[in-house]
Design a binder for this molecule. Sequence first.
Ligand SMILES: NC(=O)c1ccc[n+]([C@@H]2O[C@H](COP(=O)([O-])OP(=O)(O)OC[C@H]3O[C@@H](n4cnc5c(N)ncnc54)[C@H](O)[C@@H]3O)[C@@H](O)[C@H]2O)c1
Length: 693
Amino acid sequence: MGAINAVTDLALDGDIAILSLNSPPVNALSQQVRDGLVKAMKAAVENSATKSIVLICEGKTFIAGADITEFGKPPQPPLLPEVEAAIENSPKPVVAAIHGTALGGGLEVALCCHYRVAVPSAKCGLPEVNLGLLPGAGGTQRLPRIVGPEQALEMVTSGKHVDAKTAHANGLIDEIVPEGELRAGAIAYAKRIVAEKRPLRKVRDSNEKVVAARGKPQIFADFRKTNARKFRGFLAPEYNIRCIEAAVNLPFDEGLKFEHKLFVELLNGTQSAAQRYVFFAERQVWKIPDVPEDTPTIPIKKVGVIGAGTMGGGISMNFANVGIPVTIVEMKQEPLDRGFGVIRKNYERTAKSGRITAADVDKRMGLLTPSLKLEDLADCDLVIEAVFENMDVKKDVFGKLDRIVKQGAILATNTSYLNVNEIASATQRPEWVIGLHFFSPANVMRLLEVVRGAKTSKQVIATSMQLAKRIGKIAALVGVCHGFVGNRMLAARQTQANAMILEGAMPWDVDKVLYEFGMPMGPFAMADLAGLDIGWSRETSKGATIRDVLCEMDRRGQKTGAGFYDYDAERNAKPSPTSEKVIKDFMAKGGTTPRKISEEEILARCIYPMINEGAKILEEKIAIRPSDIDIVWINGYGWPVYRGGPMFYADTVGLTNVVAKLKEYGPKLGSDFRISPLLEKLASEGKRFQDMK
Ligand SMILES: NC(=O)c1ccc[n+]([C@@H]2O[C@H](COP(=O)([O-])OP(=O)(O)OC[C@H]3O[C@@H](n4cnc5c(N)ncnc54)[C@H](O)[C@@H]3O)[C@@H](O)[C@H]2O)c1
């Protein structure tokens, strides 16, 4: 009894042994914790005074999963299954005492205990799927034996926690003990088990719920069908489902073997590598080398937004959602009313779906103040401009803001492409000016590109990053260039997409390849959704592009029922013979004979120029690191997480292959196309973007 190792302790309370872990911050299953658990179990079992064992954790949580710093390194013994065997095969009953979160390997360990008690605030979950994995230490075989296959499917494929009440209702937790009294409650429970001579209940031997589901493949077929959209392209959810199927159909030990085989396959596969990379990238993105974490920030208590259009409305909602009052300024009453109407409708829709209450709608609307006067923004701590994308208009607005808004306030622009330094030059305080580039719909999309101007101060940057977190966004700090990181790379793709439909590919051919790659939609479906007439007018149209011609025909995208595609009343897209004819006529006029373009070429010409542009962005230090670019593409454009973002994807393809293909397609990529020297250099040195320091 006493200290087992630096993180494990064994104490006696009457005839109950208390095995406690204390490995901050989350008692993750590090080698030391595993070693302590095995040794402590042995000592507790061998101690003749002990009748039962309580496994409990110090600090804020029960074991909250694997030690992620061990990922990618050779595992050091004892491994998790050995720990689990020591617990499950103990001749004395083991009670897991859960507070905080029992996650991943932590819950798998708890599932090897014979009983589980928890405080009401505790949560249980198997989040491995989020890292492209499955619970590989028996979780997929034990969980359905307790909660039944339906709930197990939900838990392993969503990766979401269940609260103690739900866990108690579905059998995962045997007893809830009062908050703050976990230790005493667990000891009392263990004493009761001993007194009542309750059997050693091993989850592995409880077959009732899985046997009940045997011969009912419909359970799985239905589950796959219901979630098909959500799981599209991902391997891990499917592998998790197969493991639950195995739990239902195979004896426990065979199921374990099956789980292990699939786990190893996922662990060694590209998808999980990508998802684990993204996990770290999401933490890295907040770190700015020359803006340390302790940089002073400015309190933001009141926000002003200029423009109540598509973006202004969505941007304002972000602040109202976290209780920050916003004054929204428009030029005229009509667009102001319209903007407020849209915001209210959005909130009401959310309330209808049950995610907020009717009272929340009123509270949030109450935080928004309409105004027709820029003067009303005088005492705001942050003003975000979201007016038309026009330099003169923006400079005019910033010149006025400079005269009106108090000193010490941040003046931000939501511009998509324009030069933030030029906008800042309209003020006498360029160090207070920054780009806050939200993505549409701004109340939904997670990404915020924070655009650092040449003179933007560090405290303005630090405040912007902190504020992004507060409103639930993920922010990437980028520099000034046309389109910043996201739209600049998008333009590289768009150039090729436009070129290919003038060489013989149809818009739906291009879209199909990108959709199958995992993007939510291709460039032409996206153009139809946004409206083909953005920046187009009949007066100035020259009929010089396919888009001009389609707009002239009033095929302006989804909103007009037709664009590149034809749309039915439900806005389902169909390839359009009309636009096909427009494209073919265009080619005939230009004297081009259409050729068949392979799917490989479509993919390479869409994606590799983006990667090349990403490399230029790194050369120019517009992005801090390759993984920040990946964060932008995953969160702003729906790049599939399982491909890790364009820069990670390039690494998986191999940079020499990317360069070789860019050279092969070179003549078709346009006269402006240049291969990035950085990309060529990395390729020639056999390096990856991930190796950049
Ligand atoms: N729509 C997008 O997908 C998107 C995404 C990111 C960024 N942006 C950028 O956001 C900005 C706004 O775009 P949007 O799509 O919301 O445009 P929008 O046309 O929907 O809204 C602009 C609003 O600004 C108002 N406005 C114009 N000049 C004004 C002034 N001087 N004072 C007060 N109000 C004024 C207009 O009345 C209009 O309601 C642009 O810079 C755009 O590039 C747009």
